[in-house]
Design a protein around this ligand. Structure first.
Ligand SMILES: [Zn+2]
Length: 313
């Protein structure tokens, strides 16, 4: 495989703030690749409700500064984590101890179990002094959070991208913060969650009737993105089914797979990791069975011709 689709050495553009509904903002970090996630916030009369933080201290402080620019002196009172991954949670401490940090029960557990482990994959990144601040208010299925009178429904849809994915649905605005259940322009990544579960989660999202979606990575989008992500995952499922029957390993199968239009998406090496998850499910293992990233990263590196996937955070 070539590295033609990896970002070059050029600096990625700076993050941008987009008002996606009155008083509701998406914080978009180009180019949406590894570690360059989106966050969001809702500005209330006296306080702010934030959704996710960033991977590095510098990026998380820039997010906090963007919140201050839009919200003035209003404090972040509520902080929701869509899942445990470090690009969405490392910066929680920037809003502590003032903010009530909310997530799925397994988000808390996995954030604690992972610690700062992800940083070891990308030693060249300027992480800063990250202090872990996992969610300390947790739930299992649903929780409503109010930003003044505006109801934000937190809905568990996992296992999907991870074991602990929640989405933040604002029904009054038909606006959805989808976390990493939706990548827009980037390759979906289900090795830490479930392929079948992701397809089910996408149907749940479709049923909400969102008009706008803030994905976990990539630009704000229309609900048609749900079809794109589902098409990719069905493609992976079909490829895996044939490869599994033929006795091919995930890496061998990935290397001989023509991704077609999906090859234009960022971080296509995730294919081999996604095949590992598909194989787990074909073996009959329960959705969300642990497949540590350290075990599949070497195959992604091999798929990339020996190069570690780039993290430009
Ligand atoms: Zn993630």
């Amino acid at each position: 495989m070539t590295t033609a689709h990896l970002p070059d050495d050029a600096e990625v553009p700076p993050p941008r703030v987009e008002e996606v509904s009155e008083g509701i903002f998406a914080y978009i970090q180009p180019n949406g690749g590894w570690g360059l996630n989106n966050a969001g916030f809702i500005v209330g009369r006296e306080a702010v409700t934030a959704i996710d933080t960033c991977f590095t201290v510098k990026r998380s402080r820039a997010f906090a500064e963007a919140v201050r620019t839009a919200a003035g002196a209003r404090p972040v009172q509520t902080l929701v984590n869509t899942h445990h991954h470090g690009d969405h949670t490392h910066g929680n401490f920037v809003f502590a101890p003032g903010a009530t940090i909310i997530g799925h029960e397994r988000c808390r557990q996995e954030a604690i179990a992972t610690g700062l482990g992800t940083t070891a994959f990308w030693p060249q990144v300027d992480w800063g002094e990250i202090r872990l601040a996992p969610p300390f208010v947790t739930f299992a299925e649903r929780l409503n959070v109010y930003a003044d009178d505006l109801r934000v429904e937190l809905i568990y849809v996992g296992p999907a991208h991870t074991t602990n994915d929640i989405v933040a649905w604002v029904p009054e605005r038909k606006l959805l913060f989808a976390g990493d259940v939706i990548f827009n322009g980037g390759t979906p990544f289900v090795v830490m969650g479930s392929l079948a579960g992701s397809l089910a989660a996408l149907e749940t999202l479709r049923g909400l009737g969102a008009e706008r979606i803030v994905p976990g990575h990539g630009p704000v989008c229309a609900p048609a993105v749900i079809d794109d992500v589902a098409a990719y995952l069905r493609f992976v499922r079909d490829v895996a089914g044939k490869g599994f029957a033929a006795g091919a390993g995930p890496l061998e199968l990935a290397l001989e797979t023509d991704l077609g239009r999906f090859g234009e998406w960022l971080d296509r090496e995730r294919l081999v990791a996604n095949l590992h998850r598909a194989y787990s499910e074909l073996r009959g293992e329960p959705q969300g069975t642990a497949l540590p990233l350290a075990g599949v990263m070497p195959d992604m590196v091999a798929y990339n011709g020996g190069q570690m996937p780039r993290c430009l955070a």
